[in-house]
Design a protein around this ligand. Sequence first.
Ligand code: IMP
Ligand code: MG
Length: 176
Amino acid sequence: MEDNVRVLIEQEKLEKKIHGLAAQISNDYQGRKLHLICILKGSVFFTCELAKYITIPVTIDFMEVSSYGDGATSNGFIKVRKDTDESIEGKDVLLVEDIVDTGYTLSFLLDLMKERKPSSLKICTLLDKPERRETEVEVDYKGFEIPDEFVVGYGLDYSQKYRNLPYIGVIDIKED
Ligand code: IMP
Ligand code: MG
């Protein structure tokens, strides 16, 4: 059965916000180079849109992590499924995430990346669900705070589906 998806943040609003973040980032890192790390797979769409509008020199790498949980939520046990290709030592690194939920994924990644001696390390997330936080994470750049609802689209999935929706929607899951 088809799930119902209700639009929460439309494409135009999303992209306007992302372009604003790109301008802010370009300004903050003026005169430097920025190394973006896109956290697969959810952040792909966000990273592309962000990178296109950053005006300083950018390099991009990818990393994929997964949590040993029930699939929809993390439980703090995270493993690296795909590591970055390049070293981050001495680089200005910006981790690009789709959404911060419990915060476990990003705290794990921050600890891991800090050991690799980047020159600086910051976090940029498109979405934030502050009500769900279980471990504190300092987010440097944030698109939107959203309520505690399961969202899909613009890279975010439900069972690998709906990543290609050009907007963020709330999904009403139909079991069949
Ligand atoms: P955290 O470790 O709980 O902060 O989880 C972050 C990850 O959980 C995100 O990178 C997403 O992959 C996934 N996630 C959390 N909330 C949602 C949601 O509403 N829709 C889709 N994926 C989500
Ligand atoms: Mg993710």
